[in-house]
Design a protein around this ligand. Structure first.
Ligand SMILES: Cc1cc2nc3c(=O)[nH]c(=O)nc-3n(C[C@H](O)[C@H](O)[C@H](O)COP(=O)(O)OP(=O)(O)OC[C@H]3O[C@@H](n4cnc5c(N)ncnc54)[C@H](O)[C@@H]3O)c2cc1C
Length: 499
């Protein structure tokens, strides 16, 4: 073990954490990840400044869940999925940081996402394996960046190297804060902007919204949401920042978990949440080493291109979630003994249909993946966008199907503490068994369905799925823009009798 990180003096590595050596040098245990969060960051939850996020009740359980995903890098049964040997360097790295250059690399990412989704039910939209997406996106489309900013590539490569070798988790820092939308982009009061340009740093002032899991992560990747045409130049910034940057305050939304939930009564909620926050930058200095692009109108408008790898990872997670929804539907009807009812079977089939179509988009997008000029293999974008649009638009319907299938199961649930009472426990056991399942196990199944479809946690996740990485209207616009099938147009032109 050594203490490379802080000693390196790297802008992104504000934390001092002992690291591993040998084959594990680029990996982190859950405890090392926890330690990396005790770095003097300024986080506010429920009006209180948090001294140590790893013990704050609303943040702790989510951090523990992330920590377990890091520990899985050392678990002999999971190591081959959670880590990969980087063909470029021969080093073992977290699979999330693997730059996909071959189909088998994309398959490794997909398997890793399946693993983390199965561990968490996919309710974390920003698990550790998601973090590197922006860095990989920058590398993939380097030809669009270095055309205008040749020095950016060296910085992006350094970013990838530091991120991969320290196994960092990154948040997406993209969306502007919500204010009066009738104002022009230049007039918008909170828009993050550079207020001073120093030789080695840019000083920024303003805010960003969303920032999901930044208080529980290491770094954030700043970029701009589309459309960015009328954004003032001093706001056109792509950069990476550490979560403990001096002058940065992370103001968290009210947590939807209390930290007191038990695995029996709340199997999903007890695993915690990824917190969203407002990030307030009060004259914060960003090292130019990690400013990839500044005042560049060309790059400001290619968010959806640079985001393609990220969007694919999102749809992979959605596809594995959808398979779990189908399994949930099947378990509900099996437990209730309603599986022989044609109308019930049709509802379950709707969930299976949802899962299969999303999965088909993932697989087809991989089959049609093409290398960018820098050799990064990017899945076909229109299939990803179409699949994602379908997945997020149908999501509320699928949640409602699970509620419908459950019927009173969702409100006839009884907390374990009540079940333990001698005056009612035996009667509950006697009155509530399901088909081939005891009353308590049936109760636990509906606890899970409640967490998934009815709880504050479930609704926050639904909100995340609907809005993260741009909502449905933006996806439709993207699909319209990127889809083209000249052959089909030629067929129609010929049939229509065009010359
Ligand atoms: C749980 C959650 C987590 C999030 N995490 C992140 C994150 O990690 N990083 C990040 O950068 N962002 C994050 N976001 C922000 C998310 O990307 C935005 O909420 C989303 O892109 C919509 O932008 P907005 O909220 O600024 O909408 P606004 O511009 O404030 O508009 C409000 C609503 O009006 C409608 N609307 C407005 N303009 C149009 C239009 N031109 N066409 C059609 N409809 C329109 C849409 O329904 C829109 O949702 C998160 C959001 C949520 C809810």
């Amino acid at each position: 073990m050594d203490e490379r990180s802080a000693a390196s003096g790297d802008f992104l590595l504000g934390h001092r954490v002992p690291e591993n050596e040998g084959e594990d040098a680029c990996l982190r245990t859950g405890e090392q990840y926890r330690q990396s969060l005790r770095d003097g960051r300024r986080v506010i939850v429920d009006g209180e400044e948090v001294e140590d996020v790893t013990v704050q009740p609303g943040l702790k359980a989510g951090i523990d869940t992330f920590a377990a995903l890091f520990d899985a890098q050392f678990d002999p049964d999971a190591r081959d999925v959670t880590t990969s040997v980087d063909p470029a360097t021969g080093r073992r790295i977290a699979t999330g940081w693997l730059v996909p250059r071959r189909l088998e690399d994309l398959a490794r990412h997909d398997a890793q996402i399946r693993f983390s989704t199965h561990r968490t039910l996919g309710v974390f939209g920003r698990p550790p394996d998601y973090g590197p997406v922006k860095a990989i996106g920058f590398l993939a489309f380097r030809h669009l960046i270095e055309r205008d900013e040749p020095e950016a590539m060296e910085k992006i490569e350094r970013f990838l190297e530091v991120g991969a070798s320290h196994n960092l988790i990154s948040a997406d820092v993209i969306i502007d804060v919500q204010a009066n939308r009738k104002l022009s982009k230049a007039e918008m009061p909170g828009r993050l902007r550079v207020v001073e340009e120093r030789p080695d740093t840019l000083v920024v002032y303003g805010a960003k919204a969303g920032n999901t899991m930044m208080p529980q992560g290491n770094i954030g990747t700043i970029s701009m949401p589309p459309p960015a045409r009328d954004i003032p130049e001093e706001c056109m910034l792509w950069a990476a920042v550490p979560a403990n940057l001096a002058g940065l305050t992370l103001v968290c939304r009210e947590p939807v978990t209390s930290g007191r939930e038990t695995r029996v009564d709340h199997p999903i909620t007890a695993a915690g949440e990824e917190i969203d926050c407002l990030a307030l930058y009060d004259h914060v200095e960003i090292s130019r080493d990690y400013v990839f692009s500044y005042r560049n109108r060309g790059i400001a408008t290619i968010y959806t291109t640079l985001g393609r790898f990220a969007f694919w990872k999102i749809i992979c997670r959605l596809s594995h979630r959808a398979e779990l929804f189908a399994a949930t539907a099947q378990m509900i009807v099996n437990a209730l003994g309603t599986d022989h009812v044609p109308a019930v079977r049709a509802m379950v089939a709707d969930v299976i249909h949802y899962a299969k179509l999303i999965r088909a988009c993932v697989l087809a997008s991989m089959e049609q993946a093409a290398p960018t000029p820098s050799g990064v293999l990017i899945p076909e974008a229109s299939l990803v966008t179409a699949g994602r649009l379908y997945a997020i638009e149908q999501y509320p319907k699928i949640m409602q199907v699970l509620r419908d299938l459950s019927g009173q199961g969702l409100i006839s649930r009884v907390p374990e503490s009540t079940w333990m009472r001698s005056d009612v426990g035996a009667m509950l056991d006697e009155f509530l068994p399901g088909h081939d399942v005891g009353a308590r196990d049936k109760n636990r199944l509906f606890n899970l369905v409640w967490d998934l479809t009815c709880s504050g946690h479930g609704l926050r996740t639904a909100l995340f799925e609907a809005l993260n990485a741009t909502p449905a209207p933006a996806l439709r616009e993207d699909l319209y823009r990127i889809h083209d099938n000249p052959e089909a147009r030629a067929v129609i032109g010929e049939l229509a009798g065009f010359g």
